[in-house]
Design a protein around this ligand. Structure first.
Ligand code: URP
Ligand code: ZN
Ligand code: ZN
Length: 462
């Protein structure tokens, strides 16, 4: 199978030029101008941007959580991602307490088998690390699961103590794994939450009011300090507040290997959304919670200055009906998570590029290139270069689109960004050389997506 993409404006993290791409099978094999090979598929990209497929390093598909299971599985989730121009996800396998990481890896491979429509990788969530099993982390790195998520929140469910965090970090110093940290002080938050419930404060807004930004900043600080002692990098996931960002910025000023991602919800939504009437605030219950609006500008600034390096989605969808409704009388019973895997590129293009907060190159960098570098997939993915996988998006910068649950492809009955108007959308999406989305039509197949065996963290860049 061969494809020629002609006359597109090719944009990578570093470059911006007009040219042609020739793809043989899965791979980009020639980049030039006026290419004229005989091909199976010819795409005229005149007037369009040609970008590397988006990489979302934080999704939760088919995830048991909060007494239910996230509503997108590997088929619906990866397909929705592709419609939005994201061609690789890294999802989270969860080690259940008392079991081995290997069990979780096998289970998550099964969840993806026959379903994944795009390539995907896996992180491992560690919930339990007996000394005799610390070596399992190195087995995971050898299997291409080269990053681990640890939770400083959700006591009794996913939270681990500082000793476990520190032991896991020390191990990554040996095996090159990267620790991804959910940084919130879960113990303090638990006390605040219990008091709120005792006082009858049970509406969704209290999810936000019981999780102060200081609890996030404290945990970020602790995570960075533990990583410094262990001599390893640390990556803070779903960073939501200025206080937390300041801790990362200070660490980076000291040349520490501290990295962080934020998510579109923290850039576009605020704690006011948690206070929507008729229990609609439940649609915005995820952790860390939405913050006061002024934090948004600080996060955009962080993306500009590279104190935030990545935007992921933390896609963890639960339907409003029946799932979010589980917490109708008590916000602590609302499953935590929100949908967004389909809208990341559109939102970042609209709020970032169109609003002139970030350049086109930076848009590609934070949504594709840095995720690939940080998580051991570069240059196979995350760029347009000879030898790279032909994961490519033909992006129409003038396409006008209104985000809505009525038209989105995620298997969830609401959109966090309902009614948002964006200009710029994916028109054609290729995954390893195969056109899987064309002008709103699905052409891919469930099960075609491959597991990506990721390299260990390269570490030599900031
Ligand atoms: O509320 C969220 N973020 N749900 C998914 C689990 C996590 O903490 O990332
Ligand atoms: Zn988390
Ligand atoms: Zn998450």
């Amino acid at each position: 199978m061969s494809t020629l993409i002609k006359n597109g404006r090719i944009i990578t993290a570093e470059q911006d030029y007009t040219g042609d791409l020739y793809i043989e099978g899965d791979t980009i094999t020639t980049i030039g101008s006026s290419l004229s090979m005989q091909v199976n598929t010819l795409i005229d990209a005149r007037g369009k941007y040609v970008i590397p497929g988006g990489i979302d390093v934080h999704t939760h598909l088919d995830m048991p959580f909060g007494g239910t299971v996230s509503s997108d599985d590997f088929e619906t989730g990866t397909r929705a991602a592709a419609f939005g121009g994201t061609t690789t996800l890294i999802d989270f396998a969860i080690q259940s307490k008392g079991t081995r990481m290997r069990n979780a890896l096998d289970l998550w491979w099964k969840k993806a088998e026959g379903k994944a429509c795009t390539d995907y990788g896996l992180h491992m969530i560690i919930t339990d690390l007996p000394d005799a099993q610390i070596g399992d982390m190195s087995d995971m790195v050898r299997e291409g699961v080269s990053s681990f998520k640890l939770f400083m929140a959700y006591p009794g469910v996913l939270m681990v103590d500082d000793a476990t965090i520190f032991k896991a970090m020390r191990k990554t110093a040996e095996n090159g794994g990267l620790i991804c940290m959910h940084a919130e002080n879960g113990s303090a938050i638990d006390v605040i939450v219990k008091k709120a419930i005792a006082d009858g404060k049970k509406a969704p807004i209290y999810h936000g009011l019981t999780r102060p930004t200081t609890a996030e900043a404290e945990a970020v600080n602790r995570a960075i300090a533990l990583a410094e002692i262990a001599g390893v990098p640390v990556y803070i996931v779903h960073l939501s507040s200025f206080d937390a960002l300041q801790r990362v910025s200070e660490a980076r000023d000291k040349e520490l290997l501290a990295y962080a991602e934020t998510c579109p919800q923290y850039l576009f939504l605020s704690i006011e959304d948690l206070d929507r009437p008729n229990f609609e605030g439940a649609k915005f219950v995820f952790t860390p919670p939405l913050r006061e609006k002024w934090h948004q500008d600080k996060l955009w600034e962080g993306l500009k200055t590279n104190n935030l390096q990545v935007v992921s989605t933390d896609h963890c969808p639960f339907c409003f009906k029946e799932q979010k409704e589980m917490g109708k009388d008590d916000f602590t019973k609302i499953p935590n998570g929100g949908p967004g895997v389909e809208n990341r590129l559109q939102l970042l293009f609209e709020g970032g590029v169109n609003k002139k907060r970030i350049s086109l190159n930076r848009w590609v960098e934070i949504t594709s290139t840095t995720p690939a570098k940080m998580f051991g997939m570069y240059p196979r993915k995350g760029t347009i270069a000879i030898g790279s996988d032909a994961d490519i998006v033909i992006w129409d910068p003038n396409a006008e689109y209104v985000i809505s649950a009525k038209t989105h492809h995620m298997r969830v009955d609401y959109s966090m960004f309902e009614g948002f108007k964006v200009k710029g959308n994916a028109e054609i999406v290729l995954s390893r050389g195969e056109v899987i989305v064309e002008k709103g039509k699905w052409l891919g197949k469930a099960g075609r997506g491959q597991f990506i065996k990721r390299e260990a963290f390269a570490g030599a860049w900031r």
